[in-house]
Design a binder for this molecule. Structure first.
Ligand SMILES: [Mg+2]
Ligand SMILES: [Zn+2]
Length: 444
């Protein structure tokens, strides 16, 4: 009697637990999402984000960034196929295709030493199942990160060859820089005219961007090369990353089958290569404002996954050095132009070094020794960046990239799957599951 009661209780418990187990399995399997916004801060590690949040505050505390609202945080390993320190081409390819490749290679994976085959991008796959697609960057559209989503080439430097490939995919929204590779080409092709024939509306300034009404595909080229650094940007001429992201979402969300949007803060990396802290931090803040726009949309929409991450971090930036135990964000707050522009003021406009440093770098007590250093420097903008770094107590270890894992923030359906330490190649694999992109859609 007692034995059969135990047996009954045991089998009841077994049934209940398997139902619970099944339910968990089912809900995990059933998570799907209509829209994905993948946001990449090129060169953005945790130090860049930390510096940005201190700089945003009045100097006495920590101000919340848009990414700080995200419920899930993970880490991403970034090494490439042939280097522990990746470049943006290999990292972009990993994020776009789920394949490791060699540094310098875009949209292709290695077969054997030195030879590569095209691999399918989640971006093109999304298009093939009827989703609208968009690409927004502050860099040239032909630069490694955006190119990795739509081009296949084993030399990232061949930007003239990348440009026509960007138009092949019928991408609905293309906003960024790099106009030179579209209409001032060695082969004489005019890709802007070709884009018009393919049904694109071409825009080149803020006014036109604000008037985009969603009827056509849009190609927006706002600079011959990269867009200006945020510190130099003229608001009436060049759009912010935030504005481009907002218009892109407006356009893409008109499609009922959902969309896939890639947004790159492309110049965090460029400032990192120059070890220029104010530029790097202001680019990070500009990227974070674009994150806020995406977050506001996703919160309302409830069917959008946002993943914010980086391809790698740049510069080996450290906040505080030696035994000083200080970092001075107020130094960063006082810088009002990029170090490139400061160099132009001195060299091209023949302005006085001390005056430039006081007026635009916010250094009020410039020493004679500092003025000498800037005047005699081989690279004037890098020397000014060093001065600002010293004043802010920011250290750097490299003018290139580093191997450290980068942060990942996620929000929306399926976001919890990214709250772990993962390889960069796993990110598009998880997104494929969530978007229900099956292997048939891949055109490897
Ligand atoms: Mg990039
Ligand atoms: Zn770089």
């Amino acid at each position: 009697m007692r034995f059969s009661l135990i047996k009954a209780v045991a089998s009841f418990a077994l049934i209940v637990s398997s139902i619970i187990g099944l339910t968990f399995l089912q809900t995990d399997d059933q998570v799907t999402v209509d829209n994905v916004i993948l946001m990449i801060g090129d060169g953005m590690g945790t130090d860049q984000l930390t510096a940005a949040s201190y700089t945003l505050s009045d100097g006495s505390g920590y101000e919340e960034l848009a990414v700080d609202q995200f419920p899930y945080i993970g880490l991403v390993r970034t090494h490439s196929n042939d280097h522990l320190v990746t470049d943006s081409a290999a990292a972009g390819t990993a994020l776009a295709t789920g394949h490791k490749t060699d540094n310098g290679v875009i949209g292709k994976a290695p077969i054997k030493e030195g030879t590569y085959e095209d691999v399918s991008s989640i971006f093109t796959e999304a298009k093939s199942i009827g989703k609208a697609t968009g690409m927004v960057t502050t860099a040239r559209l032909t630069h490694a990160t955006p190119a990795a989503f739509a081009a296949h080439i084993d030399r990232r430097k061949s930007e003239e060859d990348i440009a026509p490939q960007l138009l092949d995919d019928e991408t609905d929204v293309l906003f960024g820089g790099g106009r030179t590779y579209f209409d001032d080409r060695d082969d004489g092709r005019d890709l802007i005219a070709e884009a018009n024939q393919l049904g694109y509306e071409f825009i080149e300034d803020v006014d036109n961007l604000q008037r985009v009404d969603g009827t056509d595909k849009v190609l927006g080229l706002f600079h011959d090369s990269h867009l200006s650094f945020e510190l130099d940007r003229e608001e009436t001429k060049e759009p912010s990353l935030e504005m481009m992201t907002e218009v892109a979402i407006q356009q893409l969300s008109k499609t009922k089958d959902g969309f896939f949007l890639v947004v790159e803060g492309g110049r965090i990396d460029h400032a990192g290569h120059d070890n220029s802290p104010a530029d790097m931090i202001q680019e990070t803040l500009a990227f974070d404002r674009a994150v806020q726009v995406a977050y506001d949309f996703a919160k309302q929409d409830e069917n959008t996954l946002i993943v914010v991450t980086a391809d790698h971090s740049t510069g080996g930036m450290a906040l505080g050095y030696d035994d000083d135990y200080h970092f001075y964000p107020e130094v960063i707050q006082n810088v009002t132009r990029s170090v490139d522009t400061l160099e132009d003021y001195i060299k091209k406009e023949k302005m006085d070094v001390q005056e430039v440093l006081e007026e635009y770098a916010g250094i009020e007590d410039v020493t004679e020794e500092e003025v000498d250093r800037v005047e005699q420097a081989d690279s004037m903008h890098k020397e000014i960046a060093t001065l600002i770094s010293e004043r802010a107590a920011i250290g750097w270890t490299t003018h290139a990239h580093e191997a450290a894992n980068v942060p990942l923030y996620s929000y929306g359906p399926g976001a919890s799957q990214f709250a772990t330490t993962q390889d960069n190649t796993e990110i598009p694999m998880k997104m494929r599951e969530l978007l229900q992109l099956h292997s048939e859609e891949r055109v490897d």
